[in-house]
Write a protein that binds this ligand. Structure first.
Ligand code: PHE
Ligand code: ZN
Length: 883
């Protein structure tokens, strides 16, 4: 709990550690309320430290009880050290190597923050990133201290038959004369404390093995709660395909003889890449056709791969300090994106990544929480596991790949692994490898890591018919963000194409330079003009193909141009993008009409173009499903950016969905019938794409025709043979206000109340119902037996979804939605500050709102800030949001 005003930590204050640790031997004696930890550390002064060998030893520690210290075998007396809430300082330590033995105690059962050692549904588990290890023992808890760990775990066999930690099992057995047993694990790879993990409990295991490229056999084990073994097959298959892909694509082989994954129900994040012992939120492991949707299957595949890929990008090479978080996260997200692009559909994965980037990162970048991919200061590092660090961080790596090309990129990665294996490094080190491998100067490019805000590209064009030349002028501009009023021009890869009037791709011949090798323009100045020659007719430009840069585009293309690109662009991403832009323009006009009470028009041209795409045999079903998905309400709010009326946006979007549903009813019903499932469920991308298209069609059908649509959706629910169809039916129904909706929701709960993952889906569906009654519904559900505020998945499903996926109701003009969120933040903060802080981030766009809602939201954020005992986590978010 906070006592003084929290102070920021700054990148510019980085100093190498005064001491390094070569070895850690932990003994952990598990007991629910009093776990005893003994840590034997081999310490030595760090020759690279600028503090000299006489520097005191300062160890981090939090929420643990110190029970004794020995230095080189001699117990220290009270006056030899000082303990505060956050640290243990030993003023005088030897100038050479020495051994320290520290005894502490902690209480796993009382640990509702889920950082350090805690219990999840009876299983002991740890979460140490970013700063959880200090809640287990006193330690230099920073990523640039790398040590070899040995972990001995002791527990009553009845309490915890399975005992796991990082590395290889080297010993185990009974402890004579007790009911306890022990296991000793040894991790040969030096690692920072944030990658430490320990798990103990009554767990079942699902096993397999993998033969690496050099012929080594690796044992693969997935641990789950007993009875869930039959939901592990997909996670295991995904792991094996990720291991193979990393060998084939990056030449990276796994390095231990065993790789373990544990699934737990209570977890602050998605999953964690601890060395050899990944710990997962169980929603990203468990899947069976009758319990998981296609979306769940895809997420599992992606997150398993992500955590596995961290073994090289994160674990073997780690971050020097937490400002470099994007070193491991941006790069590893890029790697997991490439993995799914290779094993599934590249355009479809790109579309879903850009959707996520737009809805989460663009809104972050445009508001008070904007920060660079590599921030330069923070109060609480847990607040920086953001869309900017992860998603924009991945975009920056992708831009590097685009600028220097795939071959040079691979060479740069090889160099990075060769040069920095076993080290804790910075963004500069990573980019230097790419610069060396490509022979390019990337100094201007580096600003992508340091400059916040989404750049705007303003594109104008002109065509000279007699000369046969076509010019594109591109101006770039990055808006001011907190603490960064002035921006430098960035180095931007801008992929383009020219589409001729006949819909055919035109050659790209830059005046004075000849045919372009790759269709990528490089923008480096505030304004640049590119002139193409041999352009026989006025083209329509296809800009920022594949979303080659994470920017907002401003062009003077008209509705007709967008419809044209939607049908003819050879770049599939830009076909989708053209439909999005067209829809966005349309929806913004409709929202304006809804706000002023004007009648809302239909969109026959758009419907016709969509209809043409739906009939196009060359397009894959998953892609067509994406075409039918209109821009989100959050995206539209971000585009409008001022005096936003969330209800008008919602009404406009509903109207367009209903209108498209009516205009396309023939095509939609045809799809619904033709793609009816037959045969057993298979989670592969093609089958998922067909279900996705059929379910997207159902969604529009349900919007189009209240009575019949709801009846069809209810029938879909009743006859569903897999969870994908069940959830699709329910989400179509939640958007209607018809009795079938609650009938289906009640039936779903009755059938699945014993399955916590399905209960979370049910909570989320309830929270997303876009009508004012939902406010009351959410308050009631918080009292329901299915909900517990100490379970992060419950909180995210009910409250997170309410604030994030239901803008019309969260922003109810009464202010009740804001009050509800503030109440939850204040209740949760003392229990789990990380999750409370993330929830409070839902207020980040309050300044964009129209004046009435803006004032109500502000009052609730101020009410949170007025609390005297706020955690650092929530304190930082609300003070930044208020600005
Ligand atoms: N490092 C994890 C990942 O992205 C995320 C995480 C952060 C998990 C902090 C727990 C705590 O893969
Ligand atoms: Zn990660």
């Amino acid at each position: 709990m906070r006592t003084e005003t929290p102070q920021p930590v700054r990148l510019s204050d980085y100093r190498p550690p005064t001491h390094t640790i070569d070895e850690v031997a932990l003994t952990v004696r598990l007991a629910p309320q009093k776990t005893l930890v003994s840590a034997r550390l081999k310490v030595r002064p760090n020759p690279k430290s600028d503090a000299g060998p006489d520097a005191p030893l300062v160890l981090d520690g939090e929420a643990i009880e110190l029970r004794g210290i020995m230095l080189d075998g001699v117990p220290l007396a009270q006056g030899d050290y000082a303990v505060t809430d956050e640290s243990l300082t030993i003023a005088r330590v030897p100038a050479g190597p020495f051994e320290l033995e520290i005894e502490t105690a902690c209480n796993p059962e009382a640990n509702t923050a889920l950082s350090g050692l805690y219990r999840s549904n009876g299983t002991y588990c740890t979460q140490c990133e970013a700063q959880g290890f200090r809640r287990i023992t006193y330690y230099p808890d920073r990523p640039d201290v790398l040590a070899r760990f040995t972990t001995r775990i002791e527990a009553r066999r009845s309490d915890a038959p399975v005992l796991l930690a990082n590395g290889n099992l080297v010993d185990s057995g009974e402890i004579e004369g007790t009911e306890k047993h022990y296991a000793v694990w040894e991790d040969p790879f030096p690692k920072p404390a944030y990658l430490f993990a320990l798990v103990a409990g009554n767990l079942a295991v699902f096993e397999d093995s993998f033969t690496t490229m050099s012929g080594r056999e690796v044992a693969l084990k997935i641990y789950v709660e007993p009875g869930k073994e039959d939901r592990c097959a997909w996670a295991m298959a995904s792991l094996k395909s990720a291991m193979r892909w990393d060998e084939e694509t990056f030449g990276r082989e796994y390095d231990l003889d065993i790789f373990m994954i544990v699934a737990v129900p209570d977890f602050n994040m998605g999953a964690m890449e601890n060395k050899g012992l990944n710990v997962f939120n169980d929603k990203y492991i468990l899947a069976r056709p009758d319990t998981a949707t296609d979306q769940d299957y895809a997420n599992i595949e992606r997150i398993i791969a992500h955590e596995y890929f961290h073994n090289w990008t994160g674990n073997r090479i780690t971050c020097r300090d937490w400002f470099q978080l994007c070193l491991k996260e941006g790069l590893t997200v890029f790697r997991d994106q490439e993995f799914s692009s290779d094993v599934r559909s590249r355009p479809v994965r790109r579309i879903s990544d850009v959707r996520l980037l737009r809805s989460q990162q663009f809104s972050e970048d445009a508001g008070p929480l904007a920060h660079p991919v590599r921030p330069s200061s923070y109060i609480e590092i847990n607040n920086f596991y953001t869309a900017t660090v992860y998603e924009k961080g991945a975009e920056v790596v992708r831009m590097l790949h685009t600028l220097i090309g795939g071959q040079a990129f691979r060479a740069g990665m090889d160099l990075y692994f060769a040069r920095h294996d076993g080290e804790a490094v910075t963004m500069e080190d990573f980019v230097a490898c790419m610069a060396e491998a490509s022979g390019r100067d990337l100094s201007q490019f580096f600003a992508w890591y340091e400059q916040a805000g989404t750049p705007r590209l303003i594109v104008t064009d002109s065509y000279d018919e007699t000369a046969g030349t076509y010019s594109l002028t591109v101006a770039q501009e990055t808006p001011p963000t907190p603490d960064q009023p002035d921006k430098k021009p960035l180095d931007i890869p801008f992929a383009v194409g020219l589409v001729g009037p006949d819909g055919q791709e035109m050659p790209l011949v830059l005046d004075g330079e000849g045919a372009m090798e790759r269709p990528v323009l490089e923008l480096t100045q505030r304004e640049q003009t590119f002139r193409f020659r041999d352009v026989a007719a006025r083209p329509v430009p296809s800009l920022n193909r594949g979303f080659s840069a994470p920017v907002r585009l401003e062009t003077d293309l008209g509705d007709g141009d967008w419809l044209f690109l939607m049908s003819h662009d050879s770049d599939p991403f830009n076909r989708w993008e053209a439909a999005q832009i067209y829809a966005k323009r349309l929806l913004i006009r409709l929202a304006g009409d809804a706000s002023s009470g004007a009648p809302l028009a239909d969109a026959p041209d758009f419907a016709e173009a969509l209809g043409r795409s739906l009939r196009d045999q060359s397009l894959e079903p998953a892609f067509k499903a994406e075409l039918l998905g209109l821009p989100s309400e959050t995206d539209l709010a971000g585009e409008i950016a001022r005096n936003v009326d969330p209800q008008a946006i919602h009404d406009a979007r509903r109207h367009l969905q209903a209108s498209l549903g009516r205009a396309l009813s023939g095509e939609l019903q045809d799809i619904y019938e033709r793609f009816a499932t037959s045969g057993p469920y298979s989670p592969d991308a093609d089958s998922a794409g067909r279900r996705g298209l059929r379910n997207a069609a159902l969604g529009l059908i349900a919007m189009a025709d209240g009575e019949r649509g709801a009846a069809q959706a209810f029938e879909h629910f009743r006859t569903a043979e897999n969870m994908t169809d069940t959830i699709a039916a329910l989400s179509a129904l939640t958007r209607t206000n018809r009795p079938e909706r609650d009938r289906a929701l009640d039936a779903f709960y009755a059938a699945h109340s014993g399955d916590h993952l399905l209960v979370d889906k049910w909570l989320m569906l309830n929270a997303a119902i876009p009508f004012p009654e939902t406010l009351e519904r959410v308050r009631t559900l918080m009292e329901h037996e299915a909900f517990s505020i100490t379970r992060p998945n419950n909180v995210r499903a009910l409250i997170g979804a309410f604030a994030g996926l239901n803008p019309a109701t969260f922003n109810d003009p009464s202010g009740d939605g804001y009050r509800l969120l503030a109440d939850v933040v204040l209740e949760l903060d003392p229990l789990n500050p990380q999750v409370a802080a993330r929830l409070s981030g839902s207020f980040k766009t309050w300044r964009m709102l129209e004046p009435g809602r803006r004032a109500l939201a502000k009052a609730e954020i101020e009410r949170i800030r007025a609390c005297k005992t706020l955690s650092r986590d929530v304190y930082e978010i609300v003070t930044r949001i208020l600005g």
